[in-house]
Write a protein that binds this ligand. Structure first.
Ligand code: GLY
Ligand code: MN
Ligand code: MN
Length: 444
């Protein structure tokens, strides 16, 4: 495959954003879109700053994630403007002079202090949709976040441009490289902290650069959905490994989960293989016109079917879903939109004028309820866990007989399983960015 021409992909991306912005401004009755990159946050009663997180509305325009105090201004009919803060500062490394494929698309003004930006922003704040957090205010230019503008932009953010998909492909390659290193480190007998370090080293990304905190869970820790503790010592008996870890590229995220068994001929490996096969079938459901809630509900049936085959569940899959028993083992959503943010905005948006598409009753943790269309990128991340808290609830409730408790005891020491890929919906077959990156980088 020839290497994609990033410069021309980016040119089309900016043009799409300009069209969207024109319509969004029209909806809100504004003349300019003004987007601050954001400013540093400080710890209470301290002069230490938290890791800087750029305003996602800013990095939608430019692949800059470490430039606090900068601004993008979009005025229909004019070239986009970037007010770029490159401070005189001998305490910190200052952002480099603007360079790269994106530069020709902007009128760029370099400023040396944050306050200088005001002179380069539109004169009348009342004519501006200013998207950002309150502390980005610069005099009379204070974020107003007009709902009509945000609803339009957030809704359409779900449809990725070819440029964005390419950035996510790059992020996926980095993530897969790091996942392979993490697996090898687990196989060598290392503990969670060292696996995490091996992951960061292979990604060439520090923890604060990753799109979310790594979940590196050995044994029972795999049953804690957002386990981020990182035990310093390796367990004496390292049986299983669940890793949910991403990577960033040009402001875009990947979100990947894999689960491994130490004993690759044991029953837990068979359970992983069953979830993996089911996950691939779910990925194949990522097609234009499919209600994402359908994939979530079908996933419950699939997980219940696996539990039944493994002698854990005594009910039919249909009854397990109906009674809520499947939710004891699969207590989160099947996934979410992903892009500039690992949990992308607009997951419940009914239209670009607002409205909410409800979650299925009894499924409060689903983060995306829209019907899939070409260009959307979603995760598919079924799970199957042995969570003490939820199992205790099952044992004490009306459906305690629905499961074989002795079988559950056999699997509990392995924690749980989650397999997560990032999948692009197209007009034809879906593109699995994660599996493609694994295939490119060798077996697996
Ligand atoms: N890594 C968080 C998630 O999978 O949604
Ligand atoms: Mn996810
Ligand atoms: Mn994840």
């Amino acid at each position: 495959m020839p290497a994609p021409d990033i410069a021309s992909l980016y040119a089309s991306h900016v043009s799409v954003l300009q069209q969207r912005t024109e319509r969004a401004l029209d909806r809100g009755g504004f003349d300019h879109l003004v987007v601050p990159s954001g400013t540093l946050h400080y710890q209470l009663f301290d002069d230490r700053d938290y890791p800087y997180a750029v305003n996602p509305q800013f990095k939608a325009w430019v692949p800059l994630t470490q430039t606090p105090g900068s601004w993008v201004v979009i005025t229909p009919g004019q070239r986009p403007k970037l007010v770029y803060l490159q401070p005189f500062d001998y305490w910190h490394v200052v952002p480099e002079a603007p360079a790269g494929y994106w530069v020709p698309h902007f009128d760029i003004v370099v400023i040396r202090t944050p306050d200088e930006a005001r002179a380069h922003l539109p004169k009348d704040p009342a004519r501006c949709a200013i998207l950002g957090e309150a502390q980005s205010a610069l005099g009379d230019i204070a974020p107003n976040n007009p709902p009509a503008v945000l609803q339009y932009l957030d809704y359409h953010r779900a449809y990725k441009t070819s440029y964005e998909i390419e950035m996510m492909r790059m992020a996926s390659r980095i993530g897969v490289r790091a996942h392979r290193a993490a697996e090898a480190t687990f196989r060598s007998g290392a503990g969670e902290f060292d696996i995490h370090l091996a992951y960061c080293a292979a990604a060439r990304q520090d923890a604060v650069e990753l799109p979310y905190r790594n979940i590196v869970a050995l044994n029972e820790h795999g049953a804690v959905l957002h386990y981020t503790e990182l035990d310093r010592d390796a367990p004496t008996d390292s049986r299983s490994f669940l890793i949910d870890a991403g990577a960033s590229y040009a402001g875009y995220a990947c979100d990947i989960t894999r689960t491994y068994a130490r004993d690759t001929s044991g029953e837990f490996q068979q359970l992983i293989d069953a979830v993996d096969a089911a996950q691939l079938r779910m990925c194949a459901q990522v097609r234009a016109g499919t209600d994402y809630r359908r994939i979530h509900l079908d996933a419950h049936l699939a997980i219940a079917g696996i539990l039944r085959v493994f002698g854990i569940l005594k009910l039919s899959p249909e009854s397990a879903v109906e009674t809520g028993v499947s939710g004891v083992f699969f207590p989160h959503g099947i996934g979410h939109g992903i892009g500039l943010q690992v949990h992308d905005v607009g997951g419940f948006a009914e239209s670009d004028r607002g409205g909410t598409i409800p979650k299925p009753e009894g499924h409060p943790y689903l983060r995306l309820t829209r019907t899939l269309e070409a260009g959307m990128v979603v995760t598919i991340e079924p799970g199957l866990y042995f969570v003490d808290l939820l199992l205790d609830g099952l044992r004490g409730g009306a459906h305690a007989d629905a499961v074989d408790w002795a079988r559950i005891e056999q699997f509990r020491p392995f924690g749980g399983i989650r397999i997560e890929d990032d999948v692009v919906c197209t007009e034809a077959d879906p593109i699995n960015l994660t599996r493609d990156a694994y295939a490119e980088s060798g077996a697996g």
